[in-house]
Write a protein that binds this ligand. Structure first.
Ligand SMILES: [Zn+2]
Length: 220
């Protein structure tokens, strides 16, 4: 009965999920454009930050292409309430990172924050589920009260009109004692130019973190 009212559909193709399938159908899982830098020792993501911010490890699970399945998945995660997509990929990536020595030195996980008003409107930060599953797999805490977003910056018009709110000022750090001397894994849904993650990393390093690693669902 519940299934009729709330049919469980695939987060990638919107087809009805079969028994035993969870979040994504088997066909979509097989067609995912995997990057998985952590498994291939690829420097693809680290290279983006070369000369900008020192990183220990950096990995993205999927390649993002316009109109591709990754775009559909992230859109469903962010704008259509399918929070399970973040959980699904957090479980996947978390299980893999827990097997890799260089990721076991991570002390805590910090998700890139969204502004509290946006969170209230959406009902959740789209990165929380992803980060929590990685936190469980690595058996390290996730903190959502350390890195905070001060301003809403979604609108390009807003950015252009109020250039004094440059990216450096968008994020702020609280409860610094939680991260002093710590190796932090910053998690986000997607990396494009790397500007957001660079700012977050620098804010945390300035506040006393010792090392930064990154993990995202996708990379453009
Ligand atoms: Zn599908």
């Amino acid at each position: 009965m519940l299934n009729v009212l709330f049919p469980k559909v695939c987060g990638g193709c919107s087809n009805k999920l079969l028994k035993g399938e969870n979040t994504l159908c088997a066909s979509c899982i097989h067609s995912l454009p995997l990057l998985a830098h952590h498994k291939t020792a690829s420097t693809g993501m680290t290279a983006v930050f070369y000369g900008r911010v020192p990183l220990e490890q950096a990995t993205a699970l999927l390649r993002f292409t316009k109109k591709g399945i990754t775009q559909e998945l992230l859109h469903n995660l962010k704008y259509r309430g399918n929070e399970n997509i973040g959980v699904f990929f957090g479980k996947w990536l978390g299980a893999e990172l827990a097997q890799i020595q260089s990721y076991t030195t991570i002390d805590c996980i910090i998700p890139v924050p969204i502004h509290k008003l946006k969170k209230r409107k959406r009902g959740y930060n789209q990165v929380t589920g992803f980060g929590l599953e990685i936190s469980k797999a690595l058996q390290k805490p996730m903190f959502e009260d350390v890195l905070l977003k001060k301003y809403e910056t979604a609108s390009q018009v807003f950015k252009q009109r109020f250039t004094r709110f440059n990216n450096e000022e968008v994020f702020t750090v609280k409860n610094e004692e939680k991260i002093t001397g710590k190796h932090i894994l910053i998690v986000d849904d997607i990396i494009t130019t790397g500007a957001t993650l660079e700012n977050c990393a620098n804010k945390l390093l300035t506040a006393g973190a010792s090392k930064i690693s990154l993990a995202t669902i996708a990379m453009a």
